[in-house]
Design a protein around this ligand. Structure first.
Ligand SMILES: *Cc1c(COP(=O)(O)O)cnc(C)c1O
Length: 396
């Protein structure tokens, strides 16, 4: 292969249509049609209908958790938990996460306090969490990233010892198992997202899980009067209900969940074996879990060895219609409004800055076949082999 065979330098892209990094599960038209016919026949669109109830029961069974409270999206779920736990003051969370983790806190009148992550796992660094705790800290929001988990027990321990509540954003973690327990069972509560790009998908949607029945009652009341099992007085309600249309898709996605996860595992393994010899490219292993959903394939690009920067590799891949991403760039502490607030971005986020500059996500999920991975890996291998020529041509 020559430099001119790359789409970036004028050749035809290797893929005629774009390959996304997100999951994008479609259940099949006939199944979808019959589920929707039933919704029409019942003439019941929302307000904790039969499909939403069925979904909650099935999620509780699947995760082995006492309460699953389905909501319209993950971000609303985070806001509802902040309200139900009556958190005040500052909340420690990693800066290396999706913007919604922090924005949900802002909507709840809380102040994010950004913490660094571990360089190898990308998960929140519990030693820094401990160092950041003071009297103004009301909670810790751990984030379970990349189909892995943060150090759940250490965070729960710190919370217990310091009298600070701990909850988790597990938007990446549906179906993952840590220490013999599925995510959904940790902290005061965990929030999942069922956005279209996540492995369990309701088009839009989410779910709060907790083993605390009292908290669950508060959350159901905060959601709205529909689906309340026990009436509790709450100061704010959210109308964060899930519709029957969302629940119908999520039920099909849950039915296919193990199949979809196994597909992802095969894709992930194939990337690992086909890219293992590329200097300066390392694929992250999901941390702290015995089973991952492999929702993402995350690579770290070390420029001195790969001989091209992450951003150049990204451009070359995107020209081929391989829609690789640099998730969470440039880190929440560098985004509006947080970058203007010296109290919450006090520096010391060295690993976050480093990871933001070097990590890259590759396509995985239902739309990606094994043959596609072979092609993607060939291109990456070729790009590395041609790196000297590519640099020369870029400098021209
Ligand atoms: C997707 C995601 C969310 C938000 O979920 P929505 O359902 O889109 O509101 C929150 N946190 C993380 C880490 C996510 O990846």
């Amino acid at each position: 292969m020559k430099v001119n065979n790359l789409a970036f330098f004028g050749a035809m892209p290797k893929f005629s249509s774009p390959l996304p990094v997100g999951q994008l599960y479609f259940p099949g038209w006939e199944r979808y049609k019959s589920a929707f016919r039933e919704i029409f026949e019942r003439q019941y669109y929302t307000n904790q209908g039969p499909l939403t109830q069925e979904l909650e029961n099935k999620i509780e069974d699947f995760l082995g958790v006492k309460n699953a409270i389905c909501v319209s999206n993950g971000t609303i779920g985070l806001m509802m938990v902040a309200e139900a736990l009556e958190i005040s003051g500052k909340v420690i969370l990693p800066s290396f996460t999706f913007v919604a983790s922090a924005q949900a806190l802002v909507w709840s009148g809380l102040k994010p306090l950004f913490c660094d992550v571990d360089a190898d796992t990308h998960q929140i660094d519990h030693r820094q969490v401990l160092a950041l705790i003071d009297n103004d800290v009301g909670a810790i929001l751990g984030v379970n990233l990349w189909g892995g988990a943060c150090d759940l027990e250490s965070l729960e321990d710190i919370g217990g010892k310091k009298g600070v509540q701990v909850f988790f954003d597990s938007a990446h973690g549906f179906g993952c198992v840590s220490n013999g327990l599925k995510l959904g069972n940790y902290g005061r509560a965990e929030i999942f997202s069922f956005h279209a790009t996540k492995l369990l998908n309701a088009t839009e949607g989410g779910c709060i899980c907790t083993n605390d029945d009292e908290l669950a009652d508060r959350l159901r009341n905060i959601r709205s009067s529909y689906g309340v099992e026990k009436k509790v007085d709450v100061a704010k309600t959210s109308n964060g209900r899930m519709s029957e249309a969302q629940a119908a898709i999520a039920l099909m996605s849950l039915e296919d969940f193990n199949k979809n996860r196994e597909h992802n595992k095969k894709i992930y393994d194939l990337y690992c074996s086909n890219l293992q010899k590329v200097p300066g490219l390392k694929i992250l292993k999901p941390s702290n879990v015995s089973t991952s959903n492999h929702q993402y394939v995350v690579c770290m690009i070390e420029e001195s060895e790969f001989r091209l920067s992450r951003d150049i590799l990204l451009k070359l891949l995107r020209s081929e219609n391989i829609l690789a991403r640099r998730y969470f760039y440039p880190g929440l502490h560098n985004t509006i409004p947080f970058k203007f607030d010296k109290q919450i971005s006090t520096g010391g986020l060295m690993n976050t800055d480093y990871i933001c500059a070097t990590c890259l996500q590759l396509p995985i999920g239902g739309l990606v076949a094994k043959g596609d991975v072979e092609i993607i890996c060939n291109i990456i291998n070729n790009i590395h082999d041609l790196s000297v020529d590519i640099r020369l041509k870029l400098e021209q």
